[in-house]
Design a binder for this molecule. Sequence first.
Ligand code: EZ4
Ligand code: CO
Length: 402
Amino acid sequence: MATIDRVEVLVTSPGRNFVTLRITTSDGVTGLGDATLNGRELAVASYLRDHVAPLLAGRDPARVEDTWQYLYKGAYWRRGPVTMTAIAAVDVALWDIKGKVAGLPVYQLLGGRSRDGVLVYCHASGVDVAALVDDVAAYREKGFKAIRAQAAVPGVSGTYGIRKGAYYEPAATALPEEQLWSTEAYLDFAPAYLAKVREKFGFGLHLLHDVHHRLTPIEAARFGKSVEELRLFWMEDPTPAENQEAFRLIRQHTTTPIATGEVLNSIWDVKQLITEQLIDYVRTTTVHAGGITHLRRIFDLAALYQVRTGSHGASDLSPVTVAAAVAVDISQPNFGIQEHMGHTIETYEVFRGTPQVTDGLLHPSEEPGLGIEYDDEVAARFPYQPRYLPVARNLDGSVHDW
Ligand code: EZ4
Ligand code: CO
């Protein structure tokens, strides 16, 4: 029997920070798992290096489920982003190894294709409405069939999701930047610019919008109602999701579909949202929700309640997560859509073999495992840099949800 021989925690910053777990077996097979938690990267690196690596040495790499149970139940302390990201990294690395040992891509181990390709949505944004419309047009030219639209709210420096250069990268400063937020200004402005996008491009395009946890339930209900005739694919994170019941109020008022879950980590965090049919799309990911093993458990529960998947896929999720997401998405019966932001050229040089979008779809690699190779030499050129997400403050100076 092969055993786990080496466990390495790799940190690199080719445009932003990524933490990667690499497991090597006694037969020399390697597996990769993403362990990136934006703005709290080194906490996961320590969890893995100091508390998980010593427990993995000598174990059977084929025991993916057993290792998951061992790390989850065995720690006694359950759930939470740091723990679940660390467990995810081990789980995904072991699936990668299992695929390589079997000589099969991971999606084949998950049951094979349920569809021809994975529908993705990209991010269009603009400093004003005209710039947003131009950006949407540019993404349509590139073949995207689903587009998220965000425009800067006039006078609100902290509007979430506005790209400044070639890449949208909110964790851009060595200490958190403080930005201003006004719910009133946003609620007046956002429905109007989404209507402009519809007016310009019609309904032959999936249009999405991310509220980024910034509204109360009744404000979110008002927003959802006011954009109903625009037939959004979804409104994302209309209100913070810690209180799952809050979504019931939104639900009672609007038929605008609801997506949430990018900051949630376990099946327990989405159980009520799913079983009470309070949402339409669950946005948990492999990297932050316990890996392929646990994400499939969440998605299978969602299938029972006609909730579809829409996994988080921002640029702070590494190419290893893109590959793991595509493996799940292509095989999962209740797949909905996959977020895709892409990464810097330097990131693709570190993570060779990252799936790329063609005609608005992602396709899994046919290589055994996940098909990603980590280039240590290129990675070493990009050392860790402290980077934090911004913090939002209301006009009266109080802290708001970013
Ligand atoms: O702000 O991943 O839908 N995508 C998002 C992201 C999140 C970042 C936080 O690290 O909301 O852009
Ligand atoms: Co989001």
